[in-house]
Design a protein around this ligand. Structure first.
Ligand code: SF4
Length: 239
């Protein structure tokens, strides 16, 4: 039985969560990040420094494994490097190039619609704010925040399933949805950490703080974590 359930069943007041030392957590996750494979969108930014490619690969990455996104992006960028290219290429060809990313038919349609919307609303230039970016087809808040932070190196708070899960486990936030987590982080996370926070937590979530059976016994931030809702025991034998 996890600690929080124990206290609830005994109707004993739960001890307060330990305060979060976000500076130490960020410092340790930065070291951890260097051990792992970079998330695909960061990788594309490092390799290309091209906001167009960051935007497109971020759209492709939704509900798709990084390895699949990487391969689909490579195939696509071999033929498409600008909005003009997207306007020219038939949608069936787009489908073929990006298959098997999740929802590839819908994503191909969204990519096909992008040049017209970008031209009409933003004079052919990729906008640099979340509020503008979410007007683009296939772009939700997560994608928009990632394009702002990774594509333009401006403060954005991108909350995906990893960021949402880990922030709740740490006890840094107590939220039900990624949107709530984003809004909360916008209030409490120092702005100097906004750009790197998503990258660090995504790779940490992919490699150590797994959705099921997080490897707490190997965790560099264990002493800072409240492990809210974590059922795995702190023992390597149980993980
Ligand atoms: S201690 Fe466990 S739950 Fe907490 S961050 Fe580390 S791996 Fe995740």
């Amino acid at each position: 039985m996890i600690l929080h359930e124990h206290y609830r069943m005994k109707t004993i007041k739960m001890p307060p969560l330990r305060p979060i030392d976000i500076d130490s957590i960020h410092r340790l996750l930065k070291i951890e990040f260097r051990k792992y494979k970079m998330p695909v969108v960061d990788l594309i930014q490092v390799q290309t420094r091209d906001p167009f490619k960051v935007l497109i690969s971020t759209i492709l990455s939704a509900r798709t494994k990084d390895a699949t996104t990487t391969e689909a992006s490579e195939r696509l960028f071999a033929e498409v490097n600008s909005f003009d290219d997207l306007a020219r290429i038939p949608v069936k060809r787009l489908e073929k190039l990006i298959f098997p990313v999740g929802f590839y038919k819908t994503k191909a349609l969204h990519l096909k619609q992008l040049p017209e919307v970008i031209n009409k609303l933003f004079s052919g230039k990729i906008p640099q704010t979340v509020e503008e970016l979410i007007q683009l087809p296939g772009v939700g808040r997560k994608t928009a925040n990632l394009v702002v932070s990774v594509g333009f190196n401006k403060p954005g708070v991108c909350v995906d399933t990893h960021v949402h899960r880990i922030c709740n486990r740490l006890g840094y936030v107590k939220t039900k949805t990624p949107f709530e987590t984003e809004m909360k982080l916008r209030n409490i996370l120092p702005i100097k950490y906004w750009i790197s926070f998503n990258s660090f937590l995504v790779s940490f979530g992919q490699n150590l703080c797994f959705p099921i059976h997080p490897r707490c016994s190997a965790c560099p931030i264990y002493r800072f974590c409240n492990r809210v809702g974590v059922k795995t025991k702190y023992s390597i034998h149980n993980e």
